[in-house]
Design a protein around this ligand. Structure first.
Ligand SMILES: Cc1cc2nc3c(=O)[nH]c(=O)nc-3n(C[C@H](O)[C@H](O)[C@H](O)COP(=O)(O)O)c2cc1C
Length: 206
């Protein structure tokens, strides 16, 4: 039988020992080629009992401390995080045929960071966030529009206060998987696990 030549794909040695630097490398390649929401990621959280829920959110910052997104602390995700702080992030970058999975513990960012980000958003987005009881059932959309109108009357064109239940979360990673599509489904899967001292890199079978 003649075996087709298979290109070897990525070697472990080509991955940065620091997963955040590796993430930055892949994220910049994705950002340079993608025209949609470059920073979109799927966030999965779970109830105490284990039932899981996923949704898209926007990554607003990342560094060696973790990955930050903003939302309502009263939302479904907020309720789940308060019951069970462990979560997972998933990025899919089709142009590069890559996905990145990140797991870790989620905590709130400081109110100063939430305040700064809230007021950096367009004014109408601030009003919308202040008006919306995210993830609660509402009878119709008019209820939201009316709430926005009342807030405009209340604040008389000034910036609205940030509601106390609106703010940021940071996922502090202890696990990464960098996945790159390979030939004949021999994909590369390089994982980083955080031990007490450092990140340990291993390869998983596809
Ligand atoms: C591309 C994209 C980005 C989104 N970004 C955010 C975000 O940054 N924060 C947020 O609260 N919701 C965001 N949403 C809406 C969420 O997916 C979700 O509908 C909302 O947060 C309520 O989720 P929950 O009920 O599970 O808490 C985004 C939706 C999409 C499609």
């Amino acid at each position: 039988m003649i075996m087709k030549n298979i290109t070897p794909g990525l070697s472990e040695a080509s991955f940065d020992p620091d997963p955040i630097r590796q993430f930055e490398l892949w994220y910049e390649e994705h950002s340079g080629s993608f025209t949609g929401e470059k920073n979109a990621m799927a966030l999965s959280t779970a109830e105490k009992g284990g039932r899981v829920s996923s949704r898209m959110v926007l990554m607003k910052n990342y560094d060696h401390s973790g990955f930050v997104f903003f939302t309502s602390y009263n939302s479904k995700k907020g309720r789940q995080i308060s019951e069970n702080p462990f979560g997972s992030l998933l990025f899919y970058w089709p142009e590069q045929k890559r996905q990145v999975r990140i797991e870790g513990r989620i905590g709130k960012v400081s109110s100063a960071i939430s305040e700064e980000y809230f007021h950096s958003r367009p004014m109408e987005s601030q009003y919308s966030a202040a008006a919306s009881p995210q993830s609660s059932v509402i009878a119709d959309k008019n209820i939201l529009m009316e709430k926005v109108r009342q807030l405009h009357l209340l604040y008389e064109g000034r910036v609205p206060d940030r509601p106390g239940h609106w703010g940021g979360y940071m996922l502090e990673p202890d696990y990464f998987e960098f996945w790159q599509e390979g030939e004949n489904r021999l994909h590369d899967r390089i994982i980083y696990s955080l031990t007490s001292a450092s990140w340990v890199i291993k390869r998983l079978a596809p």
